[in-house]
Design a protein around this ligand. Structure first.
Ligand code: FES
Ligand SMILES: [Fe+2]
Length: 355
């Protein structure tokens, strides 16, 4: 077992804050249309809306007049309009109009908080920390999202537990036991782990049951009888605050994490399958390859949702057990878990020193 030196006590770990000075994928681009969208990240209520140039704007979701939610309002030109008395706010958070001001009254000098925000790889990324830090960080790279050689599926995940339970779940590949009926991987053995200040990587040797080398291989996703196990490398990487993994040559998984509170977490699980083995496909016109990619989008969504259901059940039980006995520390034999706990604690300390 790994020594406990540096591993935070359970009551600290399960209430650890997040380091907000990172880009968080708060919504899929397709989730934000013409109507404002409310999102939450680490105790902050935020409203997203699009201006006429289709650029995303992000503001504190609170009207400074009577503190109702701006997300209940509507977009008009460059502004979001509060539904209650019609005050308008632009993308920088300045109040631009109050419809019933008389000529002797001036606009109050109010300004609500605005957030750096950008669209990339199919997601809306928001920087909830110090805005001056935003240019020094980048959203997690997700090259398969647009690449024609990959079929992508995505499923959201909402659950009532601290985000540390999710990271531990994602980094401890021995939990393949839980998903044995879906056979995403099996027989994992930890081979090595490495870490730096803001990432941890673990390599397992594991059985993969999916080999995408024939046009009909994709049916393996739906018909377990077609699956054949073969040994391959399974690399998982916690690249704070997100996670991604490689299973053999054909599969990548990402988990983009949005901590909401100490007992609530949201995430997007993204599955990508390489079509690299189909040489003939690559000789076809780009428009056709794009059509295939779009037609196959979310082909594995049901598979992801099955995994999510099983994981959420476990993580919510862990959270419940923790709330009933906050000092209890579980027994652990996978050294990766202790490393994850230390990293979460260190990033929480960075958050504290910057407060
Ligand atoms: S509460 Fe928003 S305009 Fe009055
Ligand atoms: Fe899982």
């Amino acid at each position: 077992m790994e020594p406990l030196a540096g591993v935070p006590r359970p009551e600290l770990l399960r209430s650890a804050a997040v380091n907000l000075n990172h880009w968080y994928a708060v919504a899929l681009s397709t989730e934000l249309g013409h109507k404002p969208l409310a999102i939450q990240i680490w105790y902050q209520d935020i409203v997203l809306f699009r201006n006429p140039q289709n650029q995303v704007q992000a503001l504190e979701n609170r009207c400074p007049h009577r503190s109702v939610k701006l997300s209940s309002g509507y977009v008009q030109g460059n502004d979001i309009v509060c539904v209650y008395h019609g005050w308008s706010f632009d993308g920088t958070g300045h109040c631009t109009a109050i419809p019933y001001l008389n000529e002797r009254q001036k606009l109050p000098p109010c300004r609500i908080r605005s957030y750096p925000v950008q669209e990339r790889h199919g997601f809306i990324w928001l920087f909830p920390g110090d805005p001056a830090q935003a240019p020094h960080h980048q959203p997690l790279d997700l090259p398969e999202w647009a690449h024609l050689n990959y079929v992508v599926s995505v499923a959201p995940m909402d659950f009532q537990a601290h985000f540390s339970f999710l990271i531990e779940n994602l980094m401890d590949m021995y939990h393949g036991h839980l998903h044995r009926n879906f056979q995403p991987w099996g027989q994992a053995v930890l081979h090595k782990k490495s870490r730096s200040l803001d990432w941890i990587e673990a390599e397992y040797h594991a059985e993969c049951y999916f080999r995408i080398d024939r046009p009909w291989s994709v049916f393996q996703l739906f018909i377990p009888r077609l699956r054949r196990g073969f040994l391959t490398s399974l690399v998982v990487r916690y690249e704070y605050p997100h996670w991604h993994s490689w299973l053999g040559n054909d599969f990548r998984l990402y988990c983009l994490i949005i901590p909401v509170s100490t007992t609530q977490t949201r995430a997007y699980l993204i599955h990508t399958v390489s079509l690299g083995a189909f040489q003939d496909l690559h000789r076809l016109p780009i428009w056709f390859r794009r059509w295939v990619k779009n037609r196959c989008f979310n082909a594995a969504k049901g598979f992801l949702q099955g995994l999510i259901r099983e994981d959420v059940l476990m993580m919510e039980q862990e959270q419940q057990a923790h709330l009933e006995n906050p000092q209890a520390r579980g027994l652990e034999v996978n050294p990766v878990v202790g490393s994850v706990q230390k990293l979460i604690d260190q990033q929480a300390q960075i958050h504290k020193t910057k407060d």
